[in-house]
Design a protein around this ligand. Structure first.
Ligand code: SF4
Length: 363
């Protein structure tokens, strides 16, 4: 498999599709030494199952492990961390990773419990999982889905699960795009296998899965995300971290030079696009460096209020994010402990969506 290859397969059976991709990839040509340490990095950002459109289908992980074992690789780990405020272990549990770990004799590494190394790239210092940095060959298994702050998440952003929670928070204070690119400049995946079976095209944390029935594999994380952006109908300019990563030498955005290898024909045209609902709900917010969990909860709260026609009454925009720390404007309203200095504020870090709903209803 060449660096500019994008191997595509269509269908709804993750086992057969993963097997087809693995055969086309020829993993032994990429990892000749059977003693190589390998890490699988799925997306378990929240503790929900894959049918929600938020997390990687465990069947993909199982099939890759089965293939790697068959080929004689033994030094394999599964490495991940949930977003700030959620439990990785719960994500492992609800998706059956304990059984997977037992069957294939692979350890589960919760990055929240890992040791970190502090590294600097493009002026940004971050704490990265020691397990990830010590891994010889990293297989990234992102879900192609929407994101309420960065429009889209796929390979480059999935690497954020390799950070300490402190660094995840710091990424938000820096606006996400540059730090995501900088992280990948330190360590990006050696192989990406994308779960684009039923990702939620609006929300990172799922809830509105859209069947797109495809998976694809590439060795270039920038090419991967450029292709993902195209599939979701975005311009590269809509997702600045992709071009920033290219500038930092992570990979190429040039899809005209990609070699597409399509293993079968799609059953439909797979033209699913984000609904634009997030942009509509976001008009009621004033974010300044908000953490994903916090902002995601607010968007969900606004969605629930919109469903019962309570959003039209909302006369003010809701402040949210670390950028409000120390601000004391009595005329502003905010959610999250970062906004505690404002006129009205809901405490919590992050506050629950259900508490946000009540707080907004009571305004
Ligand atoms: S309250 Fe502030 S620090 Fe806590 S999750 Fe929300 S934005 Fe992040």
């Amino acid at each position: 498999m060449e660096k500019n290859d994008i191997i595509l397969t269509y269908g709804s059976d993750p086992v057969a599709m993963t097997r087809a991709l693995l055969e086309a990839i020829d993993i032994e040509s990429l990892i000749p030494d059977k003693n190589t340490s390998i890490a699988l990095k799925p997306n378990l950002v929240v503790a929900v199952t894959a049918d929600s459109g938020a997390t990687t289908h465990p069947a993909i992980v199982k099939e890759i492990l089965s293939h790697l074992r068959e080929k004689g690789y033994s030094r394999i780990k599964i490495v991940e961390s949930a977003w700030v405020g959620d439990s990785t272990k719960e994500g492992f549990r609800v998706n059956g990773y304990e059984a997977i770990s037992k069957t294939f004799e692979v350890p589960l590494v919760d990055v929240k419990d890992d040791e970190y190394r502090k590294l600097t790239s493009n002026g940004i210092t971050m704490e990265i999982s020691k397990t990830i940095l010590d891994t010889d060959f990293l297989i990234n298994l992102p879900v192609l889905k929407g994101h309420c702050q960065t429009a889209m998440t796929c390979a480059l952003k999935n690497m954020k699960g390799c950070l300490s929670d402190r660094s995840k928070r710091m990424f938000h204070t820096l606006g996400l795009h540059k730090p995501i690119a900088a992280l990948n400049a330190i360590r990006c995946a050696d192989l990406v296998i994308v779960d684009s079976l039923n990702g939620d095209l609006d929300f990172e944390e799922g809830g509105n899965p859209v069947e797109t029935d495809r998976m694809f594999a590439t060795r270039d994380s920038v090419l991967c995300d450029s292709f993902g952006a195209q599939l979701l109908g975005f311009e590269l300019e809509d997702i600045p971290y992709i071009q920033l990563a290219e500038k930092m030498g992570v990979g190429s955005t040039d899809l005209t030079r990609a070699r597409f290898i399509q293993l079968n024909e799609p059953a439909n045209n797979n033209e699913a696009r984000p609904s634009g609902e997030v942009a509509y709900l976001a008009k009621h917010t004033l974010p300044k460096n908000a953490c994903s969990a916090c902002y995601g909860n607010l968007i969900h709260a606004l969605k629930r209020l919109d469903e019962v026609d309570r959003l039209g009454n909302l006369e003010t925009q809701i402040c949210i994010g670390q950028g409000y720390k120390g601000e004391a404007d009595p005329n502003k309203i905010g959610v999250g402990v970062c906004t505690k200095g404002l006129g009205k504020s809901l405490t919590g870090c992050p506050p629950k969506a259900i508490d946000m709903i009540q707080f907004i209803k009571d305004l």
